[in-house]
Design a protein around this ligand. Structure first.
Ligand code: NDP
Ligand code: HSE
Length: 434
């Protein structure tokens, strides 16, 4: 007997999912032990031209029709957002249907509630495609590393942002041009500010941290900074110093609590993560038994993401006959065994920093800055001062510091900006040796 799928959304990922299921139908049937067929689907406008063949699919502009259809066993939610999608998913769960979704906003913000409802109904919620596109990172952490204590993970988990930073560095392209291209290629979120302001990466980090450390989903506690403040100048200076700038999500299990942060980061060019370019994503995981493992692949795009959606479908189909108490828990740890470890505040974070400031080219400036940094116990790792351009009196001073407590750095920055010889704000970007 085939398993019938109801698809909500026929856009980039929905279309890719139909294409992969149709093209690889034989292989998928051999793996699942039965056919997996999209029988029903919904979209805002069913007249729109699609990237997939919908001839055999019953289409509707009302997603509730799909959700309530008794012939459908699994709902694949690929609409996005966290309002309508939440209602539809909870409705489908109440109807006893299993869920597959690529929607990280939905899981990061409402996952705790959704999993509770699913557990009550004995249905599954699978969300591999929600983190790092086609990379099976959830499966890797939740199952492959299940014997380990995970110490930290760091990842490039937004394809759009990485695509923009790579094009800026390699081709000197303008930020907004590259973003427009990422939108055309189907990489960006419906609201691309989610990509460039770090919100999308924060959604994904929330999920990764929960499955890594066994803590509830706590999106609101992630320290989040995007890439909009990164200038071509900083990309070039960082490169000169031997670093690439990447947008990283970092989750660390410390003695005092969990560090959850998403921000642009300088990484030494010699490290693997610094060389993950374009739309590719990568997640580096440090675990006590296995050591470091790295997961790399396409972080966005139609079929790359569909690959994860279809893998989830196979998992769900295979597990449909299993006792739900023995299935892999949603957040890797049993739901009654989640830890209440606190999430640390931003001021408690510790990283090294890249600082760039416009200073007057005169004696004493450097010693004033060094004095302030020294007073806050901040050691300088490297320093370069650029020659002033013709007819200009200000020069760019770039400093790389050693690891320091964020609160000390913020105090130092305030004092440096108050110096009369410093013009404007100090640009600061965090730096990690992973
Ligand atoms: P698209 O915008 O390409 O597709 C969204 C689909 O949902 C469209 O078919 C659209 O209909 C339909 N839709 C939108 N609003 C409504 C509504 N109010 N009622 C009914 N249908 C609606 O998005 P993507 O495919 O890119 O993304 C889908 C999900 O996958 C999102 O959660 C996204 O974050 C996630 N994701 C995306 C990745 C990517 O590379 N694009 C990668 C990983 C995850 P219509 O086509 O008629 O407008
Ligand atoms: N907009 C997201 C990105 C899609 O660029 O990474 C994949 O989650």
């Amino acid at each position: 007997m085939p398993v019938n799928i109801g698809l909500l959304g026929l856009g980039t990922v929905g279309g890719g999912t139909v294409n992969v299921l149709q093209r690889n139908a034989d292989e998928i049937t051999r793996r699942a032990g039965c056919e997996i067929v999209v029988t029903h689907a919904s979209a805002r406008n069913i007249q729109k031209q699609r990237i997939c063949n919908t001839d055999t699919i019953q289409l509707s502009e009302n997603p509730l029709e799909v959700v309530n259809n008794p012939d459908v066993a699994i709902i694949v939610e690929l609409i996005g957002g966290d309002s309508l999608s939440k209602d539809l998913v909870l409705n489908a769960i109440a109807n006893g249907k299993h869920i597959v979704t690529a929607n990280k906003a939905l899981i990061a913000k409402h996952g705790n509630e959704i999993f509770k409802a699913a557990q009550k109904q004995g249905v599954m919620v699978a969300f591999e495609a929600a983190v790092a596109g086609g990379i099976p990172i959830i499966k890797a952490i939740r199952e492959g590393l299940a014997g380990n204590r995970i110490e930290w993970l760091a990842g490039i988990i937004n394809g759009t942002g990485n695509f923009i930073l790579t094009e800026m560095r390699d081709k000197g392209r303008d930020f907004s041009d590259v973003l427009a291209q990422a939108q055309r290629l189907g990489y960006a979120e419906a609201d691309p500010t989610f990509d460039i302001e770090g919100i999308d990466a924060a959604h994904k980090l929330t999920i990764l941290a929960s499955i890594a450390f066994g803590i509830p989903l706590q999106f609101e506690k992630v320290f989040t900074e995007g890439i909009t403040q990164i200038t071509q100048e900083d990309v070039e200076f960082a490169s000169e110093l031997g670093y690439n700038i990447k947008h990283l999500g970092i989750a660390r299990n410390t003695d005092k609590g969990v560090e959850l942060r998403v921000h642009p980061t300088l990484i030494p060019k010699t490290q693997l993560l610094a060389n993950v370019n374009g739309v590719m994503n990568a997640v580096l995981v440090q675990a006590d038994a296995v050591g470091q493992t790295l997961y790399y692949g396409a972080g966005a795009g139609s079929e790359a993401t569909a690959s994860a959606v279809v893998a989830d479908l196979l998992d769900v189909v295979r597990a449909m006959s299993a006792d739900h108490k023995n299935r892999v828990p949603y957040l890797a740890f049993q739901s009654n065994a989640l830890s209440d470890m606190p999430v640390l505040s931003a001021s408690e974070m510790q990283t090294a920093y890249y600082l760039r400031m416009q200073v007057e080219d005169k004696v004493g400036v450097l010693s004033a800055i060094s004095h302030i940094l020294g007073h806050q116990e901040i050691s300088i790792e490297a320093l370069i001062q650029k020659e002033p351009k013709e007819n200009e009196t200000l020069v760019n001073l770039i400093i790389v510091t050693q690891k320091v407590l964020e609160s000390n750095m913020l105090t130092a920055l305030e004092e440096i900006e108050a110096l009369s010889s410093i013009h404007g704000k100090v640009t600061y970007i965090r730096l990690e040796h992973l």
